[in-house]
Design a protein around this ligand. Sequence first.
Ligand code: ATP
Length: 256
Amino acid sequence: PSAPVLLDIRDLCVRFGGIAALDGPSLAVRQGEICGLIGPNGAGKTTLFNCVSRLHQPDSGSITLGGQDLLRLRADQIAGAGVARTFQSPGLFTSLTVVENVLVGAYHRTPGGLGAATLALPSVARHERRQRVRAMAVLDELGLADVADRVAAGLPFGTLKRVELARALMCDPRLLLLDEPANGLIHGEVMELAAVIATLCRERGLSVLLVEHHMAMVMAVSHHVVALNFGRKIADGAPEEVRAHPDVVAAYLGSA
Ligand code: ATP
């Protein structure tokens, strides 16, 4: 009765000069599932993310999303294929309001990208109104409706993280790549964000690949966890099983 696999990564290899940043790991993320990706510094987590979001072309291996070959797409085509990502530090426009920042995410879906001006004017207005309604719905979903018209500068970091999440959701992704979302947050904010992410998955059937060093968060939200070390997969399974896996324990001790 398990959900079908959405993201399927096989035998992924990336070399930087003499270093194998990724040495053939395979992993799968099912529909509606949160997969935690852990490992000490330099394990290859960011490199794997960069391959999926097409910022880096792997030397070999395959990545498919619902059967579609992602390696044939460019980074600018990835949102259209249903993949959104967030970065370690939220890249928000500080002088824009929250809702304006979220609307920036909507341009991924505009036919012809930012070239909406080539449409007839009334249809541009209609399109913008529609996007605004969608943006407000997403903000509401993330508990941000109250701050929609506030300028981003000066808002608490935990709020900005949620705004970034809202922006990513504007392209209606099937897969969300979260790069250390807990980074810079205090414990209470981390657990709040974890709850938001869990709800999104449950209610939208969204799949998430979560790179995170905050172990309590990974353990709290992940349906399954994959551990990397030196570019190789050393464990893959239920969160508690992976955390207690002798190779994982050794990898973290070795990096301490
Ligand atoms: P962290 O938790 O510190 O972010 P990570 O698990 O994300 O680490 P990566 O950043 O993917 O690890 O790095 C994997 C390996 O590849 C490391 O040895 C790193 O030094 C190397 N590496 C990553 N990017 C490059 C690059 N552009 N050029 C050369 N080496 C790189």
